[in-house]
Design a protein around this ligand. Structure first.
Ligand SMILES: [Zn+2]
Length: 467
């Protein structure tokens, strides 16, 4: 088993990955909130989780991937207004909050499926784990970390010795909610349980030892990760926006309950920018996978685009960059499809065999170095351009695709998309050749090449493929 290095947000350095009970790996990923469509910025995270999982599998680890679905509406889901988006959306649409949640959960999975993201082994919904959350809050209360306000049960962050160390200590942490809560002792304190507002028409509320209400957001991840992966597990992932509050508070809750650090490796994905700016509803740039498809792009071109950057680097999405990714993906697919048809492995030369092995090692080295997919893609292209036997090239491409998830095994020669203009030129050239006008046909061939395609004439006809 080769060494894997992962950047751990907790230690702020790359660490040699050593799970608690190899070859098993417990991995918890913060999932979607389901009161709206998930945009492509969110999708970058889930492709990130998927790639990480595939790299671990490539190295022989058995990953148990747990993901939550935040289907409880939180009064604080809008930090500025304190509005509950799920309940609000339900009221506006005349549906139940549960219906809204399930609808957006399905939307979420149709997006991740389109991106070849393997579904989690365990999907846990917050609404189906309320008793686990109440039990955990009771433990935290017994250990003396809570206090009661008119608003709910709060976690006293001053009671924990090193609260906020994930975010880099006191300077890094931010108060979770900007809405002032009466009776809250410290800005960073947060709700474990919220009481339903008086006379509220909340649909999602439960009885608890403290009063009718609903769990805070952070507690669901502590309760469910603990239930499915134990008090301490290997990997917890999320977006960089989760560091300062959500994950900081998850650590606080779990440590207050068990006295143990809940997670060995914290992995965080950087943001996706759009046209150089932050994605925001107000800017109209919160594109979804459906938007990408509507514009005629293959969703996997988006996956290719994500893979072309390191997950800890910010990535700028533009329609041009997506087009470039789609071109590269098509080129890759047609190269692999062409290899499938060729059986050119003839005389084995040990030199070429050694080269094949080197490409395999280079690829594994890249992905094992903190999931460096950009470098891994470069290895793929070098390999395809090399002089190793076609059959080896094909086998390697398919093996690498176990990590890349670009659907290369399904690539077929016929799937190469030929632009209309190029098809016209191709027809014209065929006609000229039939008429014996070879010189003119050669002229057309040059035009086709200028349009980015190459032709291969053989006794079976003419093959066209992207240059
Ligand atoms: Zn979470």
């Amino acid at each position: 088993m080769a060494d894997i290095y992962l950047y751990n947000s907790l230690s702020r350095q790359k660490e040699l990955f050593a799970p608690l009970k190899a070859p098993d790996v417990g991995m918890y990923a913060c999932g979607p909130t389901v009161y709206d469509y998930q945009h492509i910025g969110n999708m970058r995270r889930y492709v990130g989780d998927d790639t990480l999982k595939r790299v671990l599998a490539l190295n022989g680890f058995k990953v148990k991937h747990v993901m939550n679905v935040t289907d409880v509406g939180h009064l604080t889901s809008d930090a500025d207004t304190g509005e509950d988006k799920l309940e609000k959306s339900a009221a506006e649409k005349g549906k139940s909050a549960a219906e809204i949640a399930r609808f957006f959960e399905e939307q979420f999975f149709s997006s991740t499926d389109a991106l070849n993201v393997i579904r989690p082994d365990i999907l846990c919904r917050a609404t189906e784990h309320v008793s686990e959350q109440i039990e955990l809050i009771k433990k935290i209360e017994e250990n003396g970390f809570t206090y009661l306000t008119d608003d709910g049960v709060y976690f006293d962050t001053t009671k924990l010795k090193d609260y906020g160390r994930l975010a880099g200590g006191k300077e890094g942490i931010k108060p979770g909610v900007r809405v002032d809560i009466a009776g809250k002792k410290n800005p960073t304190d947060f709700a474990l349980w919220k009481f339903s507002p008086k006379d509220s028409k909340r649909q999602m509320e439960w009885d608890s030892p403290w009063g009718t209400g609903f769990p805070g957001w952070h507690i669901e991840c502590s309760a469910m990760s603990m239930k499915y992966l134990g008090e301490t597990f290997d990997i917890h992932t999320g977006g960089v926006d989760h560091v300062a509050v959500h994950h900081t508070n998850e650590i606080a809750q779990s440590e207050a309950a068990t006295g143990k650090a809940p997670v060995k490796y914290w992995v965080h994905y950087e943001f996706l920018q759009v046209d150089g700016a932050k994605m925001a509803k107000s800017l109209g740039n919160t594109y979804t996978v459906t938007d990408v498809e509507k514009k005629g792009f293959d969703p996997l071109a988006l996956r290719y685009l994500f893979l072309s950057a390191h997950y800890r680097d910010s990535l700028n999405f533009t329609w041009e960059s997506l087009q470039a990714a789609q071109n590269a993906l098509e080129k890759l697919r047609s190269a692999v499809a062409a290899l499938k048809d060729e059986k050119t492995r003839t005389a084995l030369s040990s030199e070429k065999d050694a080269k094949t092995q080197t490409f395999r090692e280079e690829f594994v080295k890249s992905v094992n170095d903190d999931i460096n997919t950009a470098s891994a893609l470069a290895v793929v292209w070098q390999m395809l351009k090399s002089n190793i036997p076609s059959e080896d090239k094909y086998d390697l491409a398919i093996a690498f695709d176990e990590v890349l998830g670009l659907g290369l095994a399904k690539a077929t020669v016929g799937k190469v998309e030929i632009p209309g203009k190029v098809q016209e030129l191709l027809d014209k050239r065929n006609q000229l050749r039939e008429q014996g006008k070879f010189e003119e046909a050669d002229g057309v061939r040059k035009e086709i090449e200028e349009a980015g395609f190459v032709l291969e004439d053989s006794s079976q006809g003419t093959k066209i493929k992207p240059r």
